[in-house]
Design a binder for this molecule. Structure first.
Ligand code: CP
Ligand code: NVA
Length: 306
């Protein structure tokens, strides 16, 4: 059996994704009951970060520790990766010593090249194009609060970025309808949209996307690596703020999510994170449980294969 990776949501089929979500809910319960569950004593995760992180680093590192294993934080600033050692050579060496690797980087092809040369499972912990781990947490959070997301309507308001691309893929994998409202010129790229026209619709205002939505999601206007575009983007995105007024267009039990970090006064209003529709803190916590379920799935699949 081939080595399993998680570079985009489509690396797992829908049944497997749902299995991970159900397991995440179980692991959360166990953790809240202070149960010690250590199936991976002695197993080590490599965590390669070429971009900043709070949630992703803490959740993977805490998750491995809770599982009885450990994690090594590898910043490109302090490793030979940052001095130009080829990703292929790094992948061969790093994977020969570890049991699983997660990477947060810029170009999506970097995680693909790493995975091609890795002897252990590789997890995409965010690239310029995708953020699939966040989607596991988001779907877990929806299921926890509202049950199955199948057949529901989700509104993506804002940048057609990595998070948006993963929502597009999620709409297909989990069978929901995604309405995207992005300013002109900031829509998701055609190559991410085209295969998913059956479940994704571009609309021309935030209000149109929010209308009858069961879930509203947004993200920062300038992602990591786009800091110098901040000012131009603030102008372009001015009509795309998620605020109390916008949520009024949605279904009465609509939820609000944001992967965080959030910029109050930009993509969200000052009090949006504490609005009654907001589940952002559960969403953030669920990174831990969803990724533990993912790590367990990938390590066990790899053990079965060998
Ligand atoms: N949502 C998310 O990935 O957060 P971090 O950048 O803090 O890891
Ligand atoms: N779109 C954001 C997500 C951060 C978790 C970024 O890439 O910076």
């Amino acid at each position: 059996m081939a080595l399993r990776h998680f570079l985009t949501l489509a690396d797992l089929n829908t049944d497997e994704l749902n299995q991970v979500i159900q397991r995440a809910l179980e692991l959360k319960k166990m953790q809240h009951q202070h149960q010690v569950y250590q199936p991976f004593v002695g197993k080590v995760m490599g965590m390669i970060f070429e971009k900043s992180s709070t949630r992703t680093r803490v959740s993977f590192e805490a998750g491995m520790t809770q599982f009885g294993g450990s994690a090594i934080f590898l910043s490109s600033r302090d490793t030979q990766l940052g001095r130009g050692e080829p990703i292929e050579d790094s992948a061969r060496v790093i994977s020969s010593m570890l049991d699983i690797v997660m990477i947060r980087t810029f170009g999506h092809e970097i995680v693909e090249r790493f995975a091609e040369n890795s002897s252990v499972p590789v997890i995409n912990a965010l690239t310029d194009d995708h953020h699939p781990c966040q989607l596991l947490a988001d779907i877990q959070t929806f299921v926890e609060h509202r049950g199955s997301i199948k057949g529901k309507t989700v509104a993506w308001i804002g940048d057609g970025n990595n998070m948006c691309n993963s929502y597009i893929e999620a709409a297909h994998m989990w069978g929901f309808k995604l309405k995207i409202a992005s300013p002109k010129g900031y829509e998701p790229k055609e190559k991410f949209l085209a295969p998913f026209s059956h479940c994704v619709e571009l609309v021309d205002s935030a209000e149109a996307a929010a209308t009858q939505a069961d879930l509203i999601v947004t993200d920062v206007w300038a992602s990591m690596g786009q800091e110098e575009e901040q000012k131009i983007r603030e102008k372009a995105f001015a009509d795309y703020q998620v605020n109390e007024k916008l949520v009024e267009f949605a279904n009465p039990d609509c939820l609000f999510m944001h992967c965080l970090p959030a910029h109050r006064g930009e993509e969200i209003s000052e009090n949006m994170l504490t609005h009654k529709s907001s589940v952002v803190w559960d969403e953030a916590e669920n990174r831990l449980h969803a990724q533990k379920a993912l790590v367990e799935f990938l390590i066990n699949e790899n053990l079965k294969a060998n």
